[in-house]
Design a protein around this ligand. Structure first.
Ligand code: KG4
Ligand code: ZN
Length: 341
C-alpha cells in the first residue's frame, strides 16, 4: 500500500510516499529554518504563509521522485496534531482537498506517533511492544508502545521539553536557532565536568522530567559572567549542559525500563540526533543487556516519511478521517479518539 503523507505542524513543509509503512519511495522537506532564525524562533504567522507557498511544489516533488501520479497512491495521510494550528491547517486542508478530489482514504496521524514510527523505517525488524523516549522541540515523554496504535504515557516533562531547553540554553550561549545541534557540536571539544548544573527531580513522580530549572541555571551563569566581564568557556558549558540533560533522560528511561521489565528501548524526536544522548544510552543499555534503537539522523527531525509510516498502521487499525477532519494544537499521543477535546 502506497501512502502519500503530508507534514506541516511546525517549520518544515514535508511530503513523502511510503510503501507498507516501511519503505520510503520519496521524501521531500522544505525547511523554513533560515527565515525563522532571523527572529530567534518560529514565528507562527510566517510559518503558515510559507507552508501555503511550499505545499504544492513539495507534494508534486514527492510524487515525482516516487515515480507516481496522484492516481497511483492508495491513501492520503496528514499530521493533524499537535503543533501550530495555522501551520497544521495548511496540511490538513490540502490533504482533505486531495482526498475529496481522488476519493482516496484520508488518514490522520499524530505528530509524536510519527516521530516514533521513524524507527520503523530505520529498523525493519522493530515491532511493538517497546518503551520509547520521545524528545523533541515541543515534547518529552516516556511512552509504553503496546502496539502500533496503542500507547500509554508513563512519564512526561512538567515544564520545558528537552529540545526547548537545548534551544534556550543555546541562545544564551550565543548560538543561532535551533541551537540543539550547535550545543552538540560545541560539546565535542568541551569538558562535561567543568560546570556543575542542577538535576531537578519531580517530587512524587519519579518518571517525570523538569528542565526549566536547569535551563535557567545556564542562562543565569551566562548573564552573571557577562555582567562581571568574566570569560566563559562556551564549549565547557555546552558539554556540561548536554551531559546533564542526557544523564537525566538516561537515568529516567533506564529506571522505567527496569520497573516495567522492558528490554527494548527506542528513542525518537529531534533530540534523538544528539550524540551525547546516543552515547550515554548506548553505554547504559549495553550494561543492562537491552536492545536500543534510534532513527537514522535524516529521520530524527520533522519529515513526511515518518508520517507515512505511522499512517499505514493507523489505516490497518481502521483509524480513518472524513472531510470533517480538523487540526488541533494539542492532543494526547495516547488518546484513542484522536481528537483534541
Ligand atoms: O522533533 P523536532 O524536529 O521538532 C518537534 O517536533 O519539536 O525537534 C526539534 C528539536 C529542536 O529543539 C532542536 O534543537 C533539537 O530537536 N535537536 C537537537 C539536535 N538536533 C536537533 N538537540 C540536541 N542535539 C542535536 N543534535
Ligand atoms: Zn517533530
Amino acid at each position: 500500500m502506497k501512502i502519500l503523507a503530508i507534514e506541516s505542524s511546525c517549520d518544515e513543509t514535508a511530503a513523502a510516499v511510503v510503501e507498507d509503512g516501511r519503505r520510503v519511495l520519496s521524501s521531500v522537506i522544505a525547511s523554513q529554518v533560515p527565515e525563522h532564525r532571523l527572529y530567534g524562533g518560529v514565528v507562527p504567522e510566517i510559518a503558515s504563509r510559507r507552508h501555503t507557498q511550499a505545499i504544492v511544489p513539495v507534494v508534486d516533488e514527492a510524487l515525482q521522485k516516487a515515480g507516481l501520479t496522484l492516481a497511483a497512491v492508495d491513501a492520503i495521510a496528514v499530521t493533524y496534531a499537535p503543533g501550530l494550528i495555522g501551520a497544521l491547517l495548511v496540511g490538513v486542508n490540502f490533504a482533505k482537498g486531495l482526498a475529496l478530489a481522488t476519493g482516496k482514504p484520508l488518514i490522520p496521524v499524530h505528530h509524536i506517533r510519527g516521530h516514533i514510527a521513524a524507527n520503523y523505517l530505520t529498523h525493519p525488524e522493530l515491532e511493538p511492544p517497546f518503551l520509547c523516549l520521545v524528545v523533541s522541540g515541543g515534547h518529552s515523554h516516556i511512552i509504553l508502545v503496546h502496539d502500533y496504535t496503542k500507547l500509554e504515557i508513563l512519564g512526561r516533562t512538567r515544564d520545558d521539553a528537552a529540545g526547548e531547553a537545548f534551544d534556550k540554553a543555546a541562545r544564551s550561549m550565543g548560538f543561532p536557532y535551533p541551537g540543539g545541534i550547535y550545543i552538540d557540536r560545541a560539546a565535542q571539544s568541551g569538558n562535561p565536568d567543568a560546570y556543575h548544573l542542577p538535576r531537578p527531580k519531580v517530587e512524587g513522580s519519579p518518571y517525570d522530567f523538569s528542565f526549566s530549572g536547569l535551563k535557567t541555571a545556564v542562562i543565569n551563569l551566562v548573564h552573571n559572567a557577562q555582567q562581571k566581564g568574566q570569560a566563559l568557556n562556551v564549549n565547557d558549558l555546552a558539554a556540561s549542559f548536554q551531559h546533564t540533560v542526557c544523564e537525566i533522560l538516561t537515568q529516567r528511561l533506564m529506571a522505567v525500563a527496569q520497573d516495567r521489565g522492558a528490554s527494548t528501548l527506542v528513542v525518537a524526536g529531534g533530540v534523538s540526533a544528539n550524540s551525547g544522548l546516543r552515547q550515554q544510552l548506548q553505554g547504559a543499555c549495553q550494561e543492562a543487556g537491552y536492545r536500543l534503537y534510534f532513527p537514522e539522523l535524516s529521520l530524527c527531525g520533522d519529515n513526511g516519511a515518518m508520517i507515512g509510516s505511522q499512517a499505514y498502521y493507523e489505516y490497518l487499525a481502521g483509524n480513518l478521517a472524513d472531510l470533517s477532519l480538523n487540526g488541533y494544537a494539542s492532543v494526547r499521543v495516547d488518546d484513542p479518539t484522536q481528537l483534541g477535546r
